[in-house]
Design a protein around this ligand. Structure first.
Ligand SMILES: N[C@@H](CCSC[C@H]1O[C@@H](n2cnc3c(=O)[nH]cnc32)[C@H](O)[C@@H]1O)C(=O)O
Ligand SMILES: [Zn+2]
Length: 442
């Protein structure tokens, strides 16, 4: 076996226990074959069979499942810090959309490279992305070595009939064509932007075709009151009921935000197995509101975590997101015991993988070898009473030493091996500068 051994660390197991165990990975299969004494198959399969095994030192560190960023727009790293301190609707219409209108596929690629570099450097191994020029994003994911569920964000409002239909067709074509790319590390979804930015007839048609093609559906839902109220006024029903009428609910589907949900909507999400991707930093920054995370979890809804784009966060660090989710979840529930540390760690790992329908999220024999190794031997993580507490409340993305996805080491001792970090940073900064200059000239 072509082995990778992660040695000398403490390992976060699926049941929340932390054990001192080495992890053995089959690099060719991209799977974990042993965690300590626990193995899959015949024990000699886990031996290196004479081949020199690659090792990753995990001493003084915690080995955790690679984190899952279940809702983002990686190319929006180009707009990091470009427009802050506004609510969602004017932020999109006055600032973000005018600049996005100038984006070229080269810009999107440059932004995606910067975004995935940041993901790898903060221990994220899988993400969901909604944007445009997704063939370019897919190419970056392939080169970077990550996993992703990708889709073209469909917007039809403000477009004539032909353009609107063309955008839906593009959304369906991307979902069909990119599925299975990067040796299967890329999967796809049909991604209408939201229930208010896609016209009803086209939403219904697109969802029906996506279902026929067997691809999941991902959209922004119940993000702000200003988005929920018009749906209720015009249709006499709540957004999640409208989504149900359009056949957009189901166990493969995952909706971003879910901030403003009533009890009936929470029950409906639970009954249909539709997941919610909580984006606490974006919700706080745009003052969208507080998602009822504890209520959702109590009702049995799968709740994953997302950063949303870097223009509303303003980084892609899921450690920040875990902390924000725990803090905001307590405020929302008015209960300090709500959304505890182990809950946010589960949201950022196993629940994220489940919501996206991607492998990973668990360290156990047979599971995908997607890992982050977090250095605990630093002042801000000392002492270690409870490593899970540290993951949620005190660790940062920059504490990640090594990142592994699909059995391949993507970052070793903070050196990203699959991408040229300096070149990417310079190219993205130039692209962002030129982009904003073009947008402001018009
Ligand atoms: N095909 C569409 C692109 C949609 S991509 C997804 C869109 O979501 C936008 N976006 C980013 N964050 C949020 C959010 O929190 N809520 C709603 N939209 C967002 C993002 O700027 C981007 O325009 C078009 O031609 O405009
Ligand atoms: Zn978003």
């Amino acid at each position: 076996m072509n082995a990778l051994r992660v040695t000398g660390g403490r390992v976060l197991r699926p049941d929340g226990r932390v054990t001192e165990s080495d992890v053995t990975i089959d690099r060719d299969a991209g799977t974990i074959v042993a965690v300590g004494e626990e193995t899959v198959g015949e024990s000699d399969e886990t031996e290196a069979n004479g081949e020199a095994a690659e090792t990753l030192d995990a001493s003084g560190s915690l080995v955790i499942p690679g984190l899952v960023n279940a809702h983002t727009h990686v190319s929006m790293t180009l707009l990091r810090g470009y427009a802050d301190d506004k609510p969602l609707d004017p932020w999109l219409r006055e600032d973000i959309w005018p600049v996005e209108a100038e984006l070229t596929p080269d810009d999107i690629e440059a932004g995606a490279e910067l975004g995935v570099l940041e993901l790898i450097r903060s221990g994220t191994t899988a993400f969901a992305d909604m944007y445009f020029a997704m063939d370019r994003v897919a190419d970056v994911v392939d080169r970077a070595g990550l996993r992703a569920r990708l889709g073209h964000g469909v917007v039809t409002v403000g477009k004539d009939e032909a353009d609107a239909r063309e955008d839906v067709e593009e959304g369906l074509a991307v979902a069909r064509d990119l599925d299975g790319a990067a040796d299967g590390r890329i999967r796809t979804a049909f991604m209408p932007h939201s229930l208010t930015t896609v016209d009803e007839v086209l939403l219904r048609e697109g969802v029906a075709e996506a279902r026929e093609a067997g691809v999941p559906i991902h959209l922004h839902a119940n993000e702000t009151i200003d988005e929920v109220d018009p749906i209720v006024e015009e249709r006499g029903e709540r957004p999640i009921d409208y989504a149900a009428d359009a056949d957009a609910l189901g166990p493969d589907n995952f909706f971003a935000h879910g901030v403003h949900l009533d009890g009936g909507e929470i029950d409906r999400l639970a009954q249909t197995g539709t997941a919610i991707v909580h984006c606490p930093a974006s919700n706080m920054k745009l003052a969208s509101g507080m998602a009822p995370v504890q209520r959702l979890r109590d009702a049995g809804v799968t709740v994953a975590l997302g950063t949303d784009g870097a223009a509303s966060n303003n980084d892609l660090d899921l450690f920040d997101e875990m902390r924000d989710a725990a803090m905001l979840g307590k405020l929302a529930a008015d209960d300090a015991s709500a959304v505890p540390a182990e809950a946010v760690v589960e949201m950022a790992t196993a629940a994220g993988a489940a919501a996206l329908g991607l492998p990973g999220g668990r360290i156990e024999p047979g599971a995908a070898a997607d890992l982050a190794i977090v250095d605990l031997d630093v002042p801000h993580l000392t002492p270690v009473h409870d490593p899970v507490s540290h993951l949620a409340y005190a660790a940062r993305g920059s504490d990640v030493r090594h990142t592994v996805c699909d059995g391949t080491v993507l970052m070793r001792d903070r050196d990203v091996l699959t991408l040229d970090a300096d070149e990417i940073q310079a190219r993205a900064a130039d692209a962002a500068h030129d982009l904003v200059a073009r947008a402001e000239r018009d």
